[in-house]
Design a protein around this ligand. Sequence first.
Ligand SMILES: C[S@@+](CC[C@H](N)C(=O)[O-])C[C@H]1O[C@@H](n2cnc3c(N)ncnc32)[C@H](O)[C@@H]1O
Length: 390
Amino acid sequence: MTPAARLQAAIDILDQVLAGEPAEKALTSWGRRSRFAGSKDRAAVRDHVFTAVRCLRSHAALGGARSGRGLILGALREAGEDPDEVFTGQGHAPAPLSAAERQLPPPAEGPEALDIPDWLWPEFRASLGQDAEAAANALRSRAPVHLRVNTPKGTLQQAQDALAADGIATRPHPAASTALEITEGARKLRNASAYADGLVELQDAASQAVVEQLPLEDGMSVLDYCAGGGGKSLAMAARARICLHAHDADPKRMKDLPERAARAGARVTLLSSADVERKAPFDLVLCDVPCSGSGSWRRAPEGKWRLTLEGLRALQETQSEILRRAAGLTAPGGTLAYATCSMLQAENTQQVQAFTANNPEWSLAAEQSWKVQDGTDGFYVAVLTRAKGG
Ligand SMILES: C[S@@+](CC[C@H](N)C(=O)[O-])C[C@H]1O[C@@H](n2cnc3c(N)ncnc32)[C@H](O)[C@@H]1O
C-alpha cells in the first residue's frame, strides 16, 4: 500500500469509529477484508487510527470536520505536511480537497487543543494543577512499551540479552526495578523466546511500581480482589513466596490467568465471590479498582471520549463499595492496597481520605502517584494498614 492508500484506509475505519464501532473491532474487520495489506501496512493504518482517536478534538478542529477525512487532514496539518500530496485522488489515495476543506480553521484552544472533554477539564486541572497541560499533551501521544522481568526466572540483564537475540532492544526503566522499556523491535515480542518462556511479561512500569510499594513477605496470604487478567497477581507472585488468590466480579476476565501463571511459574488460586468470604481474612488485599482509566488513555483513547460525569460518579461509588468490602476481608494488622490507573483526585486521594475518615481503625501507610508525562501510565496507590485490634 502507498502511504496515501494507508491514510484512505484509516479514513474509512475512522468513519466507522465515529459511527460508534470500537476502533479495535473496525481495524480487525478491515484487516480481514484487506488480504493485500502486509504487516507494515496494518501497523501504519493502526497508528493513524489510534493517533486520530487520541487527538479527536484537536484534529477534527484542524481538519474542519469530525469525520475520517477531517481527522486525517487535521493530523497532516498538525504534522506540518502538505495535504495536497496525500489528497491526490490517484490510485487508492483520498480524493482531492474540496474548497471548503482547504479553508484553514481558526486554531483550537484550551481543552479542545489539549484533547480533553470540556466537562472534564475543570476536574482534570484541579487534580493535576500546573501539570495538567503536560499530562493532557502526553495523553495525545503513543504509549511506550514496557516489560516486567519475571525475576524468579532471570535477571534484567539476562532478559535484555535474550530479547536482543530476538532483535528487541530495551533499556531499564527508572520507575520500577523490574521494568524494561522497549526501544526497538516491539512488534517482535510475541514471537520472542523470553516472552514465550515467561521471562518477561507486558506490563507498564507504573503498574509494576504499584506492586513494589506493597509490603509482601514470604508466607503471607494475599488476595488480588480485582484481578482482571492478573497482571498485578503475577507481579506480586514474583516478589515473594506468597499464598496468592485472585478474584474478580467478572470471573471471565481471569480466564487467561491460569495459563499466564503457568508460563510465569507462579501459583495462583482463583476464587469466586463466595469463596473469597470463606477464605478471608487475608494478610494483604489489593484492590486495583475499575476506574476512568485516565492514566492509560494513551493505550485506550476511546475511554477519554466515552467517559461522562455520571459515569465517573458511578465509578466512584463502585470504588468506595469495593474498598468497604475489601476492608472486611483484611485481617487485623493487615494491609489493604487501593490502586487506580487514573490521575483524577476524585478516584484517588479523595476516595482514600473518605475511607480513612469513616474507618478510624485504618491508617494511611504510604501513597504514591505516577503521571503520564513522566514516561509511564498515570497510576495511584494507597497502602492502608488496619490496627491490630481493629
Ligand atoms: C483495573 S481492572 C484490573 C486489572 C488487573 N488488576 C491487572 O493488573 O491486570 C479492574 C477489574 O475490576 C473488576 N471489578 C469491577 N467491579 C468489581 C467489584 N465490585 N468487585 C471486584 N472486582 C470488580 C473488573 O471486572 C476488572 O477486571
